[in-house]
Design a protein around this ligand. Structure first.
Ligand SMILES: Cc1cc2nc3c(=O)[nH]c(=O)nc-3n(C[C@H](O)[C@H](O)[C@H](O)COP(=O)(O)OP(=O)(O)OC[C@H]3O[C@@H](n4cnc5c(N)ncnc54)[C@H](O)[C@@H]3O)c2cc1C
Length: 327
């Protein structure tokens, strides 16, 4: 069977690797210049910057085993960053001692490893058509190929755009796309002046009950990332949704102000980098299916949005779909 997978994030990569192990012929398409999706780190002359996923945890035996393999292959390591918590404006140590992993030297490394022997084409799929039992994929007017099975491993809203016509005729898809599954997140990296430092001993800080920000991290606490002057700010889904169309510079100003507010200090930014994740984090009450296979239209869907919005859940979703496709 020839299978097209749209999306080379961790879900698409896990699905592709499993299908290839089962002897299927798989081609993966991704619009990004590199694979990894929301696990991508931005390469800079100072080192990588993690703007999306910050780390991942392993709560299931299957993903724990996968993490052990990645540890042995040296594509991930345990992150020993000191974790803090700001609650009601007070900063203290976080009681959460869960083991956390990071890709080295960048977040996408484990995705690259999964896709090492798989054909990946860097193209944005703009349309898909199901005709005479086959899927045709297009980038504009160009036919990318014809496949017996299609897997969509992209965020919900991006899958909806590609599947508009199919959704109308499939009741399972209608209910899956009726409610929004993923909310946005603005991420800003701030490089502080050499003379400035934040008065904190923590490397990652959960920010609770704040109307603006949810997470702060020192990039330099991770192997391969930019130095100690680089701080990452994640805005909350609600703030990000409300300010989605601000410019990158405007959001950077808000990030610097928030950093100064929570640490009650004045610092100067020498450079900022803002990234708008339009489809970032799972809506809490979205009903989870794990993955979905529709036999009659030879279509499969996987991704974090179907399984709970974390790296581990995205990987599990991709693997689940591959196993369902083998039946
Ligand atoms: C800011 C942020 C912080 C996060 N922090 C954490 C964290 O600390 N820990 C954790 O476990 N999880 C975290 N997550 C969630 C985690 O990153 C995701 O759950 C996981 O990476 C999703 O993987 P995925 O494969 O389902 O989707 P994605 O990674 O989004 O992959 C989808 C891929 O599809 C491609 N694509 C989309 N449309 C098309 C098209 N038309 N044609 C071709 N390619 C297309 C995209 O380029 C992308 O590479 C975070 C996410 C964000 C955004």
């Amino acid at each position: 069977m020839t299978i097209a997978i749209i999306g080379a994030g961790i879900a698409g990569a896990a699905c592709a690797q499993r299908l290839q192990q089962q002897g299927q012929h798989v081609v993966v398409f991704d619009k990004g210049r590199a694979v990894g999706g929301r696990m991508s780190s931005k390469r800079t002359s100072a080192g990588y910057l993690d703007l999306g996923a910050q780390y991942f945890t392993a709560r299931t035996p299957a993903f724990s085993s996968q993490c052990q393999r990645w540890l042995a292959q040296q594509v991930i390591e345990r992150w020993h960053g000191a974790l803090g918590l700001i609650e009601q404006g007070m900063l203290g140590a976080s009681p959460d001692a869960t083991e956390r992993y990071i890709g080295i030297p960048s977040m996408q490394k484990p995705v690259q490893q999964l896709l090492a022997d798989i054909s990946v084409q860097h193209a944005e799929v703009s349309a898909v058509h199901f005709e005479q039992g086959c899927w045709q994929l297009y980038a504009g007017a160009d036919l990318l190929g014809q496949f017996q099975q299609l897997v969509l491993a992209v965020p919900q809203q991006q899958a909806a755009r590609l599947l508009q016509q199919v959704i109308e005729s499939q009741w399972q898809l209608k209910s899956l796309f009726a409610q929004i599954a993923l909310l946005p997140c603005w991420a800003v990296n701030i490089e502080l002046a050499e003379s400035d430092s934040l008065p904190v001993q923590f490397d990652g800080i959960f920010v609770k009950q704040d109307a603006q920000i949810s997470w702060l991290a020192r990039q330099g606490s991770k192997t391969g990332r930019a130095g100690p002057q680089h701080w990452l700010v994640h805005f909350t889904p609600a703030w990000s949704a409300e300010h989605l169309e601000l410019s990158a510079d405007e959001v950077a100003q808000h990030a610097l102000a928030a950093l100064q507010r929570v640490f009650n200090t004045r610092v100067k930014a020498v450079a900022t980098l803002s990234h708008r994740w339009r489809y970032a984090q799972q809506v809490a009450d979205y009903p989870l299916l794990g993955a979905l296979r529709l036999h009659d239209v030879k279509l499969g869907l996987c991704g974090d949005w179907l399984n709970g919005g974390r790296v581990e859940n995205a990987w599990l979703s991709g693997k689940q779909l591959a196993e369902e496709l083998a039946l």
